[in-house]
Write a protein that binds this ligand. Structure first.
Ligand code: 6PG
Length: 479
């Protein structure tokens, strides 16, 4: 077998197949391999005309087809399957070769694999690939980690096949070892929050304003022309305007209201707990998916007393709709701020150097959360790369100021009406907590010291203290 391929893709399910096609369409010779060879044959038969493919039946043939240093992209199920494929190929590789994992692997697995393979002279690159099947074929957002050397070899290829915005590729070297998969995980966590916030806005317009799915679709289409312009808002209008052919009813009314989740949102929240990053909107979105699936529990709660219902006049419905747009935007801004803070916290924890502005830049296109809004974030970091919060940017601060009254009125209305808005509420409370001069955490510290002698600090002098709660004078001692 002649070594003529600049890239190899093993694992030819839809994502792998579409990435292989994308590379081939951009002029690369692509070696393709799959556990079941029929998939490999089918790919070349159906899409061989799109570019140069080298079909490999065996792992040995696949490796032999690759130019040195070999670049081998794994597109298989995250977890054990990825380890199995690595173990199958590593004995066939030589120092300097690269293995790229384009699946949704957990970043801790990627850090482990990168460390282990580095000792064997192999570059291991965990690369988040966002944009689903369409993105993989037409231009995803690609978030590679791994060594700078591996990005020197892979970067030009990723830049060629990625989505482009303003002529710029939606990819960059995110950071070393598992940084790429970490950032992809946070992308998915933000995706969960974005989708939950959109769902809560829809529910409010449906239940409080009394609007039909078709009417709400039009409202989302309008919002998509402004600051909420994004892929998720765009597809929401499509889903809400869709009519179920079998029943003639709005599609959204025939779909079972129990949300699935493959796990990346859950990983984001678990990791945030370990990092101490309060991604409260992402957490509420993840828990909302879990709650929606609790059929028996929901049955037990159904029928319990709730809020009060009242009809809105057309004018009130229009005013409420405008308020919901403000509440949605403000909550989205907080959710994104939480995600960026989590990336900053992780960079400090794991020793990554991550350009937070570049993360926004490469998410402007190709990925599921792609939005005009991300260019605003990119621009904010261009002005101040050391932004502590997006709200330190004058533009975003002005928008959150303008949203104060409607944001709070929408959440108050939801509470009065008994409409669940867990992510809206979490975003607002996060905002109010961080704004507060004093938090009830002072009382928490007093309670902890009372029952567990866990000590506390004072506002008026340095040191740790403990009060002798069991004594008559409750004297305070330095701990
Ligand atoms: C992407 C998506 C993708 C995600 C699936 C399912 O960036 O292309 O985020 O990676 O895994 O859409 O996600 P859930 O099942 O967790 O909703």
């Amino acid at each position: 077998m002649q070594a003529t391929a600049q890239i190899g893709v093993t694992g030819l399910a839809v994502m792998g197949r579409n990435l292989a096609r994308n590379f081939a369409r951009h002029g690369y010779t692509v070696a393709v391999h799959n556990r079941t060879p029929t998939r490999t044959k089918a790919l070349v038969e159906e899409f061989g005309h799109e570019g140069a493919f080298v079909a490999a039946e065996t792992a040995e043939e696949f490796v032999a087809a690759l130019e040195r240093p070999r670049r081998l992209m794994i597109m298989v199920q995250a977890g054990a399957a990825t380890d199995a494929v690595i173990e199958e190929f590593v004995p066939l590789l030589e120092p300097g070769d690269m293995i790229i994992d384009g699946g949704n692997a957990h970043f801790a697995d990627t850090r482990r694999r990168e460390r282990s393979l580095r000792e064997r002279g192999i570059h291991f690159v965990g690369a988040g690939v966002s944009g689903g099947e369409e993105g993989a074929l037409h231009g995803p957002s690609i978030m590679p980690g791994g060594s700078p050397e591996s990005y020197a070899a892979l970067g030009p290829m990723f830049e060629k096949i990625s989505a482009k915005v303003d002529g710029e590729p939606c990819t960059t070297h995110v950071g070393t070892d598992g940084a790429g998969h970490f950032v992809k995980m946070v992308h998915n966590g933000i995706e969960y929050a974005d989708m939950q916030l959109i769902g809560e806005a829809y529910d409010l317009l449906r239940q409080v304003a009394g609007l039909s799915p078709a009417a709400i679709a039009e409202i989302f289409r309008e919002w998509n022309k402004g600051r909420l312009d994004s892929y998720l808002i765009e597809i929401t209008a499509e889903v809400l305007s869709h009519v179920d052919a079998a029943s003639g009813r709005p599609f959204v009314d025939v779909v079972a209201d129990a949300a699935g989740q493959k796990g990346t949102g859950r990983w984001t929240v678990q990791t945030a707990l370990e990092l101490g990053s309060p991604v409260t909107a992402i957490a509420q979105a993840t828990f909302a998916r879990a709650a929606s699936g609790q059929a028996a529990l929901r049955g037990a709660y159904r029928g319990l007393p709730g809020g009060t219902r009242w009809d809105l006049t057309p004018y009130e419905a229009e005013r409420f709709t405008a308020q919901v747009e403000q509440a949605l935007y403000a909550s989205k801004l907080i959710a994104y701020d939480q995600g960026w803070k989590m990336i900053l916290d992780a960079a400090e924890e794991f020793g990554w150097t991550i350009d937070l502005g570049a993360v926004a830049r490469i998410w402007r296109g190709g990925c599921i959360i792609r939005a005009a809004f991300l260019d605003r974030i990119r621009a904010a970091y261009a002005v101040d790369p050391g932004l502590v919060s997006l709200l330190s940017d004058a533009g975003f601060a002005a928008e959150i100021r303008d949203a104060q009254v409607p944001w709070r009125e929408v959440i108050a209305t939801a509470a009065r009406r008994g409409v669940p808005v867990p992510a809206f509420s979490a975003a607002l409370s996060y905002y109010d907590s961080l704004r507060a001069e004093r938090l009830p955490a002072a009382l928490t510290q007093g309670q902890r010291d009372y029952f567990g002698a866990h000590t506390y600090r004072r506002v008026d002098r340095e040191g740790s203290f403990h009060t002798l709660w069991g004594t008559a004078d409750r004297a305070e001692m330095e701990a």
